[in-house]
Design a protein around this ligand. Sequence first.
Ligand code: TXA
Ligand code: MG
Length: 333
Amino acid sequence: MVDVDPTQIARALELLRAGDVVAIPTETVYGLAADATNPDAIKRIYDLKGRPPTNPLIAHVASIEVAERFAHVDDRARKIFECFAPGPISVVLPKRDGPKSIAPEATAGLPSVAIRIPKHPIALELLKKFDGPLAAPSANKSNHVSPTTAQHVRDEFGDRVFIIDGGPCSIGIESTVLDLTTSRARILRPGHVMRELIESTIGDVDTVDPSTDESIDQDQPALSPGMQKKHYAPTTPAYRFDRSQSEDALKKSERQSRAVIVFGNETIETNFDLTEDPTHAAHHFYDTLRRIDGEHFEVILIEIPPEGSEWLGLHDRIRRATQPIDALKSPAR
Ligand code: TXA
Ligand code: MG
């Protein structure tokens, strides 16, 4: 965390109240924030990101009390917020309608809204002062790698958005998205708050896997929003391999300049070892991808991390950013 000049917060508030977009630090990734009740402000977010209007945004609020003004918070949701908020979890709840409700543009017209109370002190302070919901998707162009530093945001948008620099994000991957609009809770996006922890507070939870779930229609994101298979991808072609495929992956790519990311795999030579600690690996993952992407390698190879629920968030991000190693054709020379 870096100290922030209070005039920066004041400037951000001024812009947000005027319907502008501001990039803010959160503990997961940087967000592109705007007034969630203002349709024009929301439109600016979608335009900047080039995001399809069918993919809804997360509404960030300062407290459960503010959440209740914009969503129906039942006992189950209250328990989740009491245990994990402020923190890296977004909870999909029935949206509350009213004169100053969340704009339909922010939820892609859905009757539900994802609510998150972020933990980063700058985000929280801003939200308390704003006293309303801020829609904030990750501050990257649609389908690009999420930003975990202010410089990453600058690399995406130049000086088209005002950025509050709150230092590198501590967690490094996006929040867990938990759907509580169905009788059985479902994890739509795995993250730092793991399934076991959620189950210990509200009982059984399903995990929806976009790569295998046939009910997810890629052309109709509004059915199961945010579950498009490809996402978070670097521009350099990227392939994933499991440890047993290490030799094969290296052999196939031996004629190309390559970056190899592993997770504590000491059996092969590599330039980027994110270690076998899932917290450390998540913290550095996007930053590493972005650095590699800027260095003009021909291919990126990423090891599939170990099994275990604490790795699920990274498994998900890696699957979305890569193709299976079998898809790599070694170039003829
Ligand atoms: O950590 C985070 O959540 C970051 C920081 C900035 O807070 N934000 C973020 O936003 O990752 P975004 O827009 O990149 O991802 C939002 C996810 C998408 O997968 C979206 O489809 C899902 O949340 N989502 C939002 N509203 C939803 C809804 N009503 N129903 C189902 N999924 C929803
Ligand atoms: Mg995103």
